[in-house]
Design a protein around this ligand. Sequence first.
Ligand code: NAD
Length: 479
Amino acid sequence: MKRQKITIAKGDGIGPEIMDAVLDIFKAAEVPLEFEEVGIGEQVYLSGNTSGITSEAWDSIRTNKVFLKAPITTPQGGGYKSLNVTLRKTLGLYANIRPCKSFHPFIATKHPDMDVVIVRENEEDLYAGIEHQQTDEVVQCLKLISRPGCEKIVRYAFEYAKLYNRKKVSCFVKDNIMKHTDGLFHSVFKEIAKEYPDIESDSWIIDIAAARLADTPEMFDVVVTSNLYGDIISDIAAQISGSVGLAGSSNVGSEVAMFEAIHGSAPDIAGKKIANPSGLLRGAIMMLNHVGLQEKAELIKNAWSCTIEEGIHTADIYKEGESTQKVNTEEFAKAVIERLGQYPKKLNPTIYSRGTQINLPEYVRPERKEKSLRGVDVFVDWRGEHTNDLAEQLQQLNNDLKLTMITNRGVKVWPKGFKETFCTDHWRCRFEAADGLNPAKSDIVKILNQAIDHNLDVIKTENLYTFDGKRGYSLGQGQ
Ligand code: NAD
């Protein structure tokens, strides 16, 4: 039978040591896969390729569609792009899955019953990387949340819960503040939750949710959240489950999937052959599940559990009096190999569901809503002292649209601001049509032309729309 080929990269720092350990275990477990090795990371960056990945590596990953990646080092300075972000976004790896389970009492943790899976959106949010400096004092970063992005990640979380017999999916958002962006994520969550009546669902504001996750993680099961929140809480969850060095993760798209450890290349211990290969191994076990090799995944996971519960530990998790043997990377792999075929006695033996490919339905674009222009926010770089002076200048811009509000960093400062409000040089000036009037895009152009005539430094505009009559923009704080 033809073996499936997967792409591997040994990466930098401890990468080659831990990848070799994983491949040794795979070989001993007779995992029926072929490996095609590609070079990525530091050497590629330093050869002048600012993305850290060669075109041969792209071809291999796109052909094989499964990628097991050891950590890499991103050289400091010099404008090198994060390879991880590039890989995730270019390959459409929309879901990042990070199981965080404690292995009490064999690995120290304050949370013995913790077993949480973080499902993080991986492509959008503030990681769109669209940033601009607009004035001397203000820089902005665009937070982009899309309906297809929300639908894919939320559906993935519920499908994951269904497949792995999880009981609950929790949504973490901040829609009390970001009513439109996080509001969309939350409303899509509520819509999709209804399609899974057998799975419990609840929603949390991210700040208190993160606090509860750090304090009582056993109250959560599967958590779904957007990119930045997911980035932060998945590190918290991995850390409190025992060690960041133990967690693996998968990055899944509709075509390609990438598997890795969550830790970095650990340059401080590179070459010493003492690194713990468990994070990469657990990522590799997720990969075996992904390609339908559940029996091999169970064989290796159970041997790993035996090794851990017998107290055979690498230096990062070794505890005097609790561990029985301190081993190096190679010895740890050897101990796992020796236990292939055994089941743990104290930790729960692992049995994976079969047929574990999650296939989401194609995104169906909803019918267009009726979109109606209601006005425009004109952002101005202005250094005056009295907001009334700016308002007077703006009111001279002869137009059908009327100045209705000025805010500074989102807070209303005109009409009727508070003298205590601190103002920067970045002003949002809202022009709106009177009720019943339908402004045209040309009205916005007129305002901009007149602003030039009045020497007003406009730095950007945002059109104000309603969608099926519903306001698609936020009010000013204090409005
Ligand atoms: P790191 O995760 O490499 O190391 C943090 C600490 O944890 C170090 O003390 C290290 O020795 C220890 N550690 C990490 N993995 C271990 C393991 N398997 N066994 C034992 N100890 C382990 O984080 P860092 O030092 O902030 O980053 C180092 C480099 O890794 C940077 O260049 C960073 O950009 C890169 N990085 C890469 C990835 C990736 O490729 N996925 C992820 C994070 C960081």
